[in-house]
Design a protein around this ligand. Sequence first.
Ligand code: C2O
Length: 358
Amino acid sequence: TLVEATTGKSRALPAANLPEDCNTIERCCMPRPYTGKPGIRSFEFPKDQPTRIRKPAQHLDKAYVKKLEKAYKILRELPDSDPRSLKNQMNLHCLYCDNGLYFPGHKYPLEVHNGWFFLPWHRMFIYWHERILAKILDDETFALPYWNWDNQSPEPPFGNTIPEIYANPKSPLYDVNRNNCSVPPFVVDMDTRTGCTNKTSDFLRVQNTRLTYSQIVLGGGTPSLFYGLPYRKGDFGGAGSGVFEDQPHGTIHAWVGSVDPLPGRRPGDDMGNFGRSAFDPVFYAHHTNTDRLWELWLTKIPGGQRTHPTDPDFLNSEFTFYDEDANLVKMKVSQVLDSRKLRYKYAEMPTPWITNGL
Ligand code: C2O
């Protein structure tokens, strides 16, 4: 059963009781028993943690890349009984969005996409992913890099291709299930549903800049346009995405996923399918940038500081994760709306799409 966090008429999502609440067909389920302590603790803000700086993936030094590679090598090698393994991180994402979790007494599975939980849930997911990597590396200052795909600069190193470090087939950051046309130097096509394109790089730079502007600056005029429509306990799927969940966030997923899958894989694997996307390490760099754009939207768009939805069902909803020690922890949406309290920030990169076009 789920831990009931809510009372009265509230339809805030209660924290799932992982790993038990996985559905009967064992879809995307987490290991049972898992390696951590029983019980779910409530998240509290870290007190003595250094602020971690998330940097653009095209500008990392060699020593950092080595560490990142080491962390993913270890993540890949962790046993299936460990919820921190890359496979289980994939399953955890799958669980929250691919018909994995059912609330007792409710007909429909939990869905964190296509609605107002998209941004906060993924912030939580990469927060814990980052804590796990930091623990593996025994480095409190370690932060995820971001894939700077909103940067259409024509000068290398490029932000708008898959970062080189994720494209080396010998690296643990590589994933075999990708589209051939998503390999650098191909520029990301934010306006595609699948794979290859015959648009030129120059065309794509202009198109991508316009799209980023139209979605994030023009399209995100109110919290509800930006975050997406309400999703409450018992709802059937998300009712409507915020303005950049589908495009460019979703189109970039689709662009990376394979068109001709390897045997045993489906078209779109890995990045293009909910159930498998978090198996590709570039997923985390993609979501770090998605999170960064949320941050930019809040603070940098002309017109001043923007705000969050204030509906209590949004603020009080809770989600369960595995922390760096594989212990269960639940987090409220209201706890992740200010990234400073989570002790990370983003190294700045130019954002000409906000005001000056190219
Ligand atoms: Cu849960 Cu980028 O998707």
